[in-house]
Ligand binder design. Sequence first.
Ligand SMILES: *[C@@H]1O[C@H](CO)[C@@H](O)[C@H](O)[C@H]1NC(C)=O
Length: 178
Amino acid sequence: IIDTGIFRSGSIWAPPYGGTYFHHPTGRCSDGRLIVDFYAQALGLPLLPPSGPEEKTGKFPTGANFAVLGSIALSPDYYSKRYNFSMSHWCLDWELGSFKTVLARIAPGKAATKRLLSESLIVFGEIGGNDYNFWFYDRQRSRDTPYKFMPDVIARIGSGVQEVINLGAKTILVPGNF
Ligand SMILES: *[C@@H]1O[C@H](CO)[C@@H](O)[C@H](O)[C@H]1NC(C)=O
């Protein structure tokens, strides 16, 4: 959906990944473009580079992408403590942490961060779908339980959006789950 190549190795770096559009693997989990690539092209913006490989050095003059494939909105800790459910995936907390780390380096200080974000488009998600996917993959698990954690998933997405607003973001796209 969004991750444009945060992991530098794995089967995503071999055909057929990348085959139909880029004509070589790019680290995307697709043979073609991702949803976020279509957003960029429709808006006349450059395609987003993944932040991960250059988190410590990249300048990201035309945007950066903090998405990590398979991420969940709530933390793995949340699921293990409340539901004894092991979710060993990246989560929104860690993605926002990486976002703030890069911001502190490329736009240090509150004013600079605010200026950069106020003139940026923030695409916040889609995130949260995997919180339900991973639960439902195991057919033994109760189909009613996700209704219990759904308000927390939604609240976490909302508080995350509020965090980037507080940092200075003004234009934010929050895609829904499909
Ligand atoms: C937690 O899950 C593990 C493995 O799925 C299981 O062996 C264990 O009994 C569970 N613990 C509780 C308290 O339900």
